[in-house]
Ligand binder design. Structure first.
Ligand SMILES: Cc1cc2nc3c(=O)[nH]c(=O)nc-3n(C[C@H](O)[C@H](O)[C@H](O)COP(=O)(O)OP(=O)(O)OC[C@H]3O[C@@H](n4cnc5c(N)ncnc54)[C@H](O)[C@@H]3O)c2cc1C
Length: 215
């Protein structure tokens, strides 16, 4: 880290430490780039929503377990090999086998709990980026891009002084406010909204094995 105009400067700032930010930060750190990661959540993963399956595609040039050795053993819950949708109506059930759709081109697929997975990734990211002179800071919300003469030179945050960087990676999610601020993404108000609610039910793993006939 260097200081210019009293502001800290890093070679790269990654905003967000979900899987996208973690992968970007790991790739930068592996290439020796001084990288600071800023995450608004108390822990990485505390703000995430996901169905809970992660896939490694055979055609992908790299996979998450390439970037993070031991990922499957330490950050995932269990492998999934079959997928069914069960539609329940009264005392009737219609079941659809969607395994071929889910596992098309898939080397492996594992169930994950995002809070566990993202926290594990965040620890690795912190270790890796610390080696470069950066690190991961949580509970820091990036609230805008820092510009000089119309050029993006860093980020502004709600908690800290502005931070300068040669490269800013907007990994702040699919609706990235930073990408919109940079003019890289449009956001038109949709005509219709769909709201989903997800509940995670804690069960004894042995009960799951018994119900689904898993050894
Ligand atoms: C209902 C649902 C189910 C899904 N199911 C699956 C699934 O089963 N399998 C699958 O692979 N994908 C699934 N997805 C998609 C998956 O969640 C996304 O592709 C993935 O989370 C994108 O990762 P990301 O790192 O780009 O963004 P995110 O996971 O959204 O991470 C963004 C991170 O940036 C942080 N952040 C945001 N704004 C700021 C800011 N201003 N300052 C600092 N930090 C910030 C957030 O706290 C968060 O940690 C699902 C998505 C939804 C909505």
């Amino acid at each position: 880290m260097t200081e210019t105009d009293d502001y800290e400067h890093y070679e790269a700032v990654v905003v967000g430490c979900g899987p996208g930010g973690a992968a970007a930060a790991a790739a930068l750190a592996n290439n020796g780039v001084e990288t600071l990661v800023l995450e608004r959540g108390v822990d990485a993963g505390s703000k995430n929503v996901s169905g809970g399956l992660i896939y490694a595609e055979e055609s992908s040039p790299y996979t998450i377990d390439d970037l993070f050795p031991d990922f499957r053993e330490e950050a995932t819950e269990r492998p999934t090999t079959e997928n069914y949708i069960h539609n329940v109506a009264g005392d009737q059930v219609a079941s659809f086998d969607i395994s071929s759709l889910h596992h098309n081109d898939t080397e492996w697929s594992d169930a994950v709990l995002r809070r566990n997975m993202d926290s594990w990734l965040a620890e690795r990211v912190h270790e890796m980026t610390r080696e470069t002179g950066g690190g991961l800071l949580t509970e820091v919300r990036v609230n805008g891009l820092l510009r000089e003469n119309g050029e993006i030179v860093g980020v502004t945050t709600s908690e800290l002084d502005p931070i300068k960087a040669d490269l800013v990676v907007a990994a702040d999610g699919v609706n990235s406010e930073l990408a919109r601020d940079a003019g890289l993404m449009d956001w038109e108000d949709p005509d219709e909204w769909f709201q989903g609610v997800k509940a995670v039910v804690e069960m004894d793993p042995e009960d799951i094995n018994e119900r689904f006939g898993i050894e």
